[in-house]
Design a protein around this ligand. Structure first.
Ligand code: C5P
Length: 279
C-alpha cells in the first residue's frame, strides 16, 4: 500500500464574534474562516508495523494527529491497520492559525484516502469535531461561516486578499485566552453586516473579540499590531486566539513590501507570506 502526502494549510478568522461561555465551558462563536494559500505543513502517512507520530517538538500521543487516528477508528467502527504519520512543520504553533488542527484534519483525509475508507465529508467532519473545535473547518477549507463552538459550518463568500502573518516567539494557549476573555466586559452584538465584496472593505469589517484578552496576556502584541498598521496593513488583525497577527493587503506587491518592512524592523518574530484567492 502506497503512502499519501497532503498539505495542511493555515486558517484566518476574518471575523471572530464570541459570546459568553455556555454550560460545557465552550464559547458560542460566529466566525468567517478562510483557508490560506502559500504556506502549509506537509503531512505524510504510510503503512507501518505500529502506530507512530513524528513531528518536531510534539511527537507521539501528545500530537493532535494521534487523537485524529483514534477518532477515525471510532468513526470507521473498526480497528484500522497501524499508520506512521510524519509532519514537516512550517506553520508556527500556538499562533492562532490552526496549524495543529490542520495537521489533524490532514491525517484524517490522508488515512481515509490511503486505506480506501471512503467515509465522506460528513463522517470525516464528525471525527474531526472530536479532535478539536477548528478541525472540521480543515476538512472543508475554502471560506466557511463557523458557529457552535466553531464546528458547525456553512459555505461563505469572502474577498481575495494577500497577507503577512507575524508570529512572536511567545505563543498563546487557546484555553488561557478564553479564560482571560471571561474577565473582559461583554462584546458588542453581531451587527450582521455581510462580508465586503473586495479586500478594501476588510479594513473596517474584520473583527476579533479575543483581541483584548490576548493583548492582556501579551501586552507587546499592541506594538506589533501598531507596527503592522503603520507599515501599510489594512487591517492588522489578531489570528484566532493568537499570538500571531495578520497584516492584510489588496495586492501581492503590497504584502511583499509589508513583509520586508516587518522583517527588517521587528526582531524576534517569524514573518510568513500567504493569501486567499477569494470564494
Ligand atoms: O476545541 P479545542 O480543544 O480546540 O479548544 C481548546 C480550548 O479552547 C477549550 O478547552 C476551551 O477552553 C477553549 N474554547 C472555548 N470556546 C470555543 C473553542 C475553544 O472556550 N468555541
Amino acid at each position: 500500500m502506497a503512502g499519501v502526502t497532503v498539505l495542511a494549510p493555515p486558517k484566518l478568522n476574518l471575523r471572530l464574534l464570541v459570546s459568553a461561555a455556555r454550560g460545557d465551558g465552550y464559547h458560542p462563536l460566529r466566525s468567517l474562516m478562510v483557508a490560506l494559500d502559500g504556506i502549509a505543513d506537509r503531512v505524510s502517512v504510510a503503512p507501518s508495523a505500529e502506530r507512530s507520530v513524528a513531528c518536531p517538538g510534539i511527537d507521539g500521543p501528545a500530537n493532535l494527529a494521534w487523537a485524529a487516528l483514534d477518532a477515525l477508528e471510532r468513526e470507521a467502527g473498526q480497528a484500522l491497520p497501524p499508520v506512521a504519520v510524519r509532519i514537516e512543520k512550517v506553520l508556527p504553533t500556538q499562533a492562532g492559525i490552526g496549524g495543529g488542527s490542520s495537521d489533524a484534519a490532514a491525517v484524517l483525509l490522508a488515512v481515509d484516502r490511503m486505506l480506501g475508507l471512503h467515509l465522506g465529508e460528513d463522517r470525516l467532519e464528525r471525527a474531526a469535531a472530536e479532535v478539536g473545535s477548528d478541525v472540521p473547518f480543515f476538512i472543508r477549507g475554502g471560506a466557511q461561516w463557523a458557529t457552535g463552538r466553531g464546528d458547525v459550518l456553512e459555505p461563505a463568500s469572502a474577498p481575495a486578499f494577500e497577507c503577512v502573518i507575524v508570529a512572536p516567539l511567545v505563543g498563546l494557549s487557546t484555553a488561557a485566552v478564553y479564560r482571560a476573555f471571561d474577565e473582559m466586559p461583554p462584546t458588542p452584538d453581531d451587527d450582521g453586516v455581510p462580508p465586503p465584496p473586495g479586500a478594501a472593505g476588510l479594513a473596517t469589517w474584520c473583527r476579533n473579540d479575543l483581541w483584548p484578552a490576548a493583548r492582556s496576556l501579551v501586552p507587546e502584541l499592541a506594538d506589533l499590531h501598531g507596527g503592522l498598521v503603520s507599515s501599510g496593513a489594512s487591517p492588522a488583525l489578531l489570528c484566532g486566539s493568537g499570538s500571531a497577527i495578520a497584516g492584510l493587503t489588496a495586492t501581492a506587491d503590497a504584502a511583499d513590501a509589508l513583509a520586508g518592512r516587518i522583517a527588517d524592523f521587528v526582531p524576534g518574530v517569524r514573518v510568513l507570506r500567504a493569501g486567499f484567492p477569494g470564494a
